[in-house]
Write a protein that binds this ligand. Structure first.
Ligand code: C2E
Ligand code: MG
Ligand code: MG
Ligand code: MG
Length: 289
């Protein structure tokens, strides 16, 4: 009986693996034509200056509407783009579209910084810096309003082959940001060697910041670290006003999260800024646990 159970389990996993492999292959095939079919689009999530409660920038987040008109999560399709090398072309489109939108907002008198997620694979392509320069020239967006976000994990592995690229980008005036900070490897040596401007506290530490002392301690340490190295600090995934109140008290610079807005269409960014409430911080927030 144990044997047949084991066999069933085995069967169960192979079926699941096969399903996953099929799904992946279908995605890969779909993604190959997604750019030309104009199935990619960007959503934007506001970044709010905590001290002034002003929206000072946005983060661009990529979406894919597949052939069945399903919106696929980047958690699913970004790894496929990275493994197949397609991220290079799609990533360039994301940068260009983000800069173009940044200039379109300027025409509406909205002065917004635009943060774009970048895969390490993009940085490894020779001519990446030139590519960005070309996009900036062609769109007319200022380098110092463009921020590139990179996750920590692969940075350390590739510090040698990407260090020059980071310095060249920095020299152009482009801002560099470390995404999901605190979740990757704990070596922080690269902070000293690479010209980063911003640390983003991963939302895993923000979620229970009001109740979990360890999470609060880590968030506080990241804020202190960032400020002592002259970097800005952004809190990701802020969903409640007590969380925001806490971060304000700790002098965190910027926040992003559902409390202000989820990622939305560019029109809604303009509307949101026009109608933005003066304060999302509940003055009683500290007395509520
Ligand atoms: P990320 O860069 O860390 O982006 C933040 C993610 O958290 C976004 O998920 C956003 O929708 C979500 N989020 C924001 N505020 C809240 C909140 O208050 N609560 C909760 N629960 N979630 C919140 P999204 O848009 O699904 O993106 C997932 C990841 O995909 C991004 O994480 C980023 O690593 C990657 N990604 C997205 N667009 C691109 C892109 O153009 N290029 C690359 N290379 N990666 C991208
Ligand atoms: Mg990001
Ligand atoms: Mg993040
Ligand atoms: Mg994240």
């Amino acid at each position: 009986q144990a044997k047949s159970k084991g066999k069933n389990n085995y069967q169960f996993y192979t079926d699941k693996d096969e399903k996953k492999a099929k799904r992946r292959l279908t995605m890969e095939v779909g993604l190959r034509r997604a750019l030309e079919k104009e199935q990619f689009f960007l959503c934007y999530q506001p970044q709010v200056d905590i001290a002034t409660n002003k929206v000072t920038g946005v983060e661009s987040l990529l979406r894919w509407r597949d052939d069945q008109a399903n919106i696929v999560s980047p958690f699913e399709f970004i790894p496929v783009l990275e493994d197949t090398g397609m991220i290079t072309g799609v990533g360039e489109w994301v940068i260009r579209e983000s800069c173009r939108q940044g200039v379109a907002w300027e025409a509406e008198n909205l002065n917004l910084k635009v943060a774009v997620n970048i895969s390490i694979r993009q940085l490894q392509v020779p001519g990446f810096v030139k590519q960005i320069e070309t996009v900036l020239n062609e769109t007319g967006f200022s380098a110092n309003k463009l921020e590139l976000e990179l996750t920590e994990n692969l940075l350390i592995e590739h510090i040698k082959d990407t260090s020059n690229t980071f310095h060249e980008l920095h020299d152009l005036g482009i801002k560099l940001s470390i995404d999901d900070f605190g979740t990757g490897y704990s070596s922080m040596n690269y902070l000293k060697r690479l010209p980063f401007d911003t640390l983003k506290i991963d939302r895993a530490f923000i979620k229970d910041i009001m109740n979990d002392q360890d999470d609060a301690a880590i968030a506080n340490a990241i804020i202190t670290l960032a400020h002592s190295m002259d970097m800005e600090v952004v809190a990701e995934g802020v969903e409640s006003s007590p969380q925001l109140g806490y971060l304000k008290q700790r002098h965190c610079d910027i926040y992003q999260g559902f409390l202000c807005s989820p990622p939305v269409n560019h029109h809604l960014i303009s509307d949101l800024i026009a109608n933005y409430p003066t304060s999302l911080i509940d003055s009683h927030s500290h007395s509520v646990s």
